[in-house]
Design a binder for this molecule. Sequence first.
Ligand SMILES: C=C(O[C@@H]1C=C(C(=O)O)C=C[C@H]1O)C(=O)O
Length: 407
Amino acid sequence: MRATTVAVDDPGPLERFLPEAGLSSAFIRRGEGFITLGEVARFETDRAEAADVWWDEISAQIDHDSEMPGEFGTGPIAVGSFTFDPDRSEERSVLTVPELILGRRGGVSWLTRLGTNHTDCSLPPRGEPVRAPSGLEVLGGSMGEDVWTDIVAEVVSLIRRDEVHKVVLARDLRVRADQPFDLRFLLGRLIDSYPTTWAYLVDGLVGATPELLLRRQGGLVTSRVLAGTVSHDADADPLARAAELARSSKDIGEHEFAVESVAQALAPFCQAMNVPEAPSVLKLPNVMHLATDITGVAKPENSALALAAALHPSAAVCGTPTHLALDIIAELESLDRSRYAGPVGWVDTEGDGEWAIALRGGQVRPQCPDEIQLFAGAGIVADSSPDAELAETGAKFVPMLQALGLA
Ligand SMILES: C=C(O[C@@H]1C=C(C(=O)O)C=C[C@H]1O)C(=O)O
């Protein structure tokens, strides 16, 4: 297979090139990242490890001609989204090799085209205008709010009996429209309102997540761990809320579980690692999180996708200890998380790439194109209050509800 990469003039907002229908994907933060069109290969699996082996074989067969060799993110890539719990999900994970990639990073834009014999490196046409959803109806979730808070209370008592340390519980909301969703509309709204997050669109999964499972760039690996949350709004004093969060022993404890899980999982893949002692506060329009950026010097043999497979599920979205938390989630949550809270991102032919955690998003399925399932979760620890955790999930639904025009 051949691939050609050329530098192009700044194409403007990348998402404008997405077509309403057809195979496409996007991964954009602060105007940088890429959109893809078409597909030359696709691997549906239930394991990120299997996808990593598949991509390793495919990428070795690509003959790449590039005007910008070695520039991070340019060239052929595979884009994917993986389920939260492959052992218990009906949904398949997917890794695809796009036919065309239009990207921008560090002010430089490029276009990569893959195929067997082509050299057409002209920009694709802009997509049709986006369509706002209409006739929206909130159908509710797979369980009522009171049932969900009862489950939180049950988990709190398991934790107080020392049977488990932390469990992240999620809930869902279904929203129906009177015609199929145009996911580009939701993506565009998220990009505009949440520019510091990673906005993603992969195979019907759309959202804007603040959490980066990992970036592997050259020899360096970075992970942004989030856990510990307060909601805030225009009326609240942001400094007072941030100080409250930074002093909250409940949130600091919850955060430490998440940092520990990522640090432990990453250690075998790194020659050296830096884990800051105290978290900082990350401010988003709807919530603030305690945040820790872990960095390390990666051993060369593991791709970004292999690292994502090793780091997932972190205690930010699952719990501690991992296997117990997974079992408790499966038993009590009564929800197929599908690809919510799983890794979403990309990997290149060198094994560099970025994998975010698919949070603050929703899934549209081909058999129900007029219905979107939104997900939000919260970390439960010994001091959790069920009503506060319910409110926290409410705040985490806000970005998608706003994008839909419902908040
Ligand atoms: C589970 C979610 O978010 C995660 C849980 C957090 C928490 O419990 O404080 C914070 C950020 C994320 O790691 C979600 O957004 O659905």
